[in-house]
Design a protein around this ligand. Structure first.
Ligand code: GLA
Length: 435
């Protein structure tokens, strides 16, 4: 099934069979645009993922029954790089993520397959130590969660799992948190462990920090584990505490724009930012006052010592303390359903992450600039950690096709690369799927 004209569909992003019509979602159609989307066949793209999981189970794991689970990826609206500095964030779980077919085994072994990634891994429970192993690749995320669930539940039991996703890998939409959370939700259900979603988010975060060794903050696993249909998540990472805030798809669409630029420096660059923030806080503790978190300082605190501070650390800290103002304004705008005001905060957030935090790149700057020039765009920024991957634009319903066509033209002319486009919605939270 292929979309026609310039219709922005999942087809361009992930392959032709992932189209889901809006009519099928029961959403309101924008005036004058119904025909394009109505013409598409309605079916659930998750069925395709479950089919792929079933056939992999038959081919590699001897068939037999599985239970099926899903956890979403996320975008982050405002609050960029604030979670590990104790700030506030506002991500939104999306209608894409990772499905898993999972069952317990009683022979002390774990077998993990992915429809999208290599290698397949088989290990004995005793082989999984305190740290990830390079040879296990992507499967380390699932193994780290298994360790956490085993510790929380007291049940050290083997399992088979087959994963398949419709969130692009390594693009800034947090496929890793989706993989961790779907593993946690599945093991919790199969073991009847009764682990709360918040605890599963903590287990996923520890798996990534302590087992895999990526120093990311808590935003991504919380966004996935606490996702609710039609809602963004405002979260104060100190604590943490959170509140779900409605995001209205009839008033604002989220257009994701994939630069196709690999996020090659993401891991090293990310860890460097974590260290720079820690160093900036240490400086401010000594020169201004002691605070637990960099995000707790005010812009005036920073300005008072600006001349004495290492210029790079000053810039990193300036992003953090000013982004706290943008997340406050962005959350207020979303609560007031003022998508133009929210979009203005996305624009300002992008500028700050590019200029002060230095995690953007020419491709992300160009794609967001091109979007901002278009009628119907409320705002645009990079999503995820940056360093390449995807950006998002908030777009008034009815303008998506024109925006995508124009951005494609500008981007192609400048970089000779065909960008990807997709429309995202605030999706379901994690849970079991019926089959
Ligand atoms: C990555 C990390 C998150 C967060 C974002 C930037 O997605 O995993 O913890 O720091 O970058 O906001």
């Amino acid at each position: 099934m292929e979309a026609r004209g310039h219709a922005v569909t999942r087809a361009r992003f992930l392959g032709p069979v992932t189209i889901r019509s809006r009519a099928g979602r029961g959403s309101r159609l924008a005036p004058g645009r119904g025909a394009e989307f109505d013409a598409l066949v309605t079916f659930d793209p998750r069925a395709r993922l479950l089919d792929a999981i079933e056939s992999r189970t038959r081919a590699e794991l001897g068939g037999g029954p599985m239970r099926y689970f899903f956890a979403p990826g996320r975008i982050n609206l405002v609050g960029a790089h604030l979670d590990y500095s104790g700030g506030d964030v506002m991500p939104m779980a999306i209608d894409r993520g990772i499905c898993a077919g999972v069952r317990l085994r009683d022979d002390g072994r774990i077998r993990l397959h992915s429809v999208d990634q290599q290698p397949a891994v088989e290990v004995g429970l005793a082989d999984v130590g305190a740290r990830a192993e390079l040879r296990w690749g992507w499967a380390n995320y699932a193994l780290g969660v298994w360790r956490g669930v085993a510790a929380a539940s007291g049940a050290k039991i083997g399992f088979d799992a087959v994963f398949a996703g419709d969130v692009a890998m390594a693009s800034g939409l947090s496929s890793s948190a989706a993989l961790e959370v779907v593993t946690g939700v599945a093991l919790d259900a199969l073991l009847e462990a009764g682990i709360a979603r918040e605890e599963l988010a903590r287990i996923a975060h520890r798996a990534e920090n302590d087992f895999v060794g990526v120093r990311c903050g808590i935003m991504d696993p919380y966004a996935s584990a606490l996702g609710q249909p039609g809602k963004a998540l405002w979260m104060r990472c100190q604590g943490p505490r959170w509140e779900h805030v409605p995001f209205d798809p009839a008033a604002c669409e989220v257009l994701v724009m994939d630069t196709r630029k690999p996020r090659a420096l993401a891991a090293s660059g990310f860890n460097e930012r974590v260290e720079q923030c820690a160093a900036a806080r240490a400086f401010l503790c000594e020169r201004v006052r002691v605070e637990q978190h960099l995000a707790s300082y005010q812009p005036a605190d920073l300005e008072a010592v600006a001349g004495e501070m290492d210029p790079v650390l000053y810039q990193r800290a300036r992003h953090v303390v000013t982004e706290m103002g943008r997340i406050a304004a962005g959350a207020a705008a979303l609560r007031a359903h003022d998508y133009a005001a929210l979009g203005a905060q996305l624009d300002a957030s992008h500028r700050s992450t590019a200029n002060d935090y230095d995690v953007s790149c020419d491709e992300l700057d160009a794609i967001t600039d091109a979007a901002r020039q278009c009628e119907g765009v409320f705002g645009a920024r990079l999503t995820g950690a940056g360093f390449g991957g995807c950006a998002i634009a908030l777009v008034a319903p009815g303008y998506e096709d024109r925006v995508a066509a124009r951005v494609r033209e500008v981007f192609r002319a400048r970089f000779g690369v065909e960008p990807g486009f997709d429309l995202l919605r605030a999706g379901d939270g994690p849970g079991e799927l019926s089959r």
